[in-house]
Design a protein. Structure first.
Length: 95
């Protein structure tokens, strides 16, 4: 059903944006795995920064309203994702 589709736009380091549609019952884990694969496609000049970012367990979140999505076992619906969302990649705050 079309109403169960969420358009996710992700701003990667360096300003590159990627987008994909997910169903509302998609686990956050799968969305993050997709972002991992997109990070791997970025130009070589950003590899050192990206490797550090990936190994530091980055987080995905929104700027406004400020909200972080770190519960990988929940669905996008359980996390109350809107029908369209712009996520940013942030270095993890967990030490």
């Amino acid at each position: 059903m079309i109403s169960d589709v969420i358009l996710v736009l992700v701003r990667l380091p360096g300003g590159t944006r990627v987008s994909r549609r997910f169903t509302s019952n998609t686990l956050m884990l799968y969305l993050k795995e997709w972002v991992d694969s997109e990070l791997g496609k970025l130009p070589e000049s950003q590899n050192a920064e990206l490797l550090n970012l990936i190994t530091s367990n980055y987080e995905l979140g929104t700027d406004f309203p400020k909200k972080m999505y770190s519960d990988l076992d929940k669905t996008l619906q359980q996390l109350e994702f809107p029908k369209r969302v712009l996520l940013n990649v942030f270095p993890s705050s967990a030490k």
